[in-house]
Design a protein around this ligand. Sequence first.
Ligand SMILES: C[S@@+](CC[C@H](N)C(=O)[O-])C[C@H]1O[C@@H](n2cnc3c(N)ncnc32)[C@H](O)[C@@H]1O
Length: 202
Amino acid sequence: MRKIVEEGYEKGDYAGTFRISDKPNEMEEGFLKKLIKLLPKNPHILDFGCGIGVPFDKYLDDHGCKVTGIDISQKHINEAKKNVHNAKFIKGDFSKTDFQETFDAIISFYAIFHIPREEHKELFLNMADLLKKEGKILITLGTSGSYGEEENWCGAKMVWSTYKPEMYKKLLDETGFKILEATFEGKQGDKEYHFWVLAQKK
Ligand SMILES: C[S@@+](CC[C@H](N)C(=O)[O-])C[C@H]1O[C@@H](n2cnc3c(N)ncnc32)[C@H](O)[C@@H]1O
């Protein structure tokens, strides 16, 4: 999956299709505000699959957060560096991180579904390890409960792998997270139908 995903984001035009605005929409901003309110002053936030850094990392940077973003696409990392000067961006696989420090929060929007779902539990365990005591996660997860691929998504082949939301609730509980808020973006049948979770390390 990773090879298809990396090549897909290098070749395709995700940013030109989905990231036209550098401002989060109402729902996204609502969640970002809630997250910031739960964190200490000037928190350090890790972004898994940061894309081009807008709108999310820019918003967090503008609101006093220190941000470190990781993305598998060199093209996205290059754009992110231009878009958010204060943040640190690293090219790499977020499921194979090697940080010595811990973070106040981890965010991951529209990215976890790009690694095989059999690895999602392990990813949540790694996230818990990377967080400080009572650290927070704000993530979007898939809803279909299946593997999916499209030959021409934003101009390139792309793949996704997800569980259903009930399974994610179970996995998050098992990996040491207490869900503070969970809601859907879109509804069943919509092209964009995601499960948003704000949770705290137990
Ligand atoms: C749909 S885009 C979302 C980007 C950003 N979070 C946003 O909402 O604008 C998914 C991003 O995840 C990145 N990605 C996918 N799998 C990854 C992996 N295993 N490690 C790091 N980044 C990954 C892609 O390169 C892409 O930039």
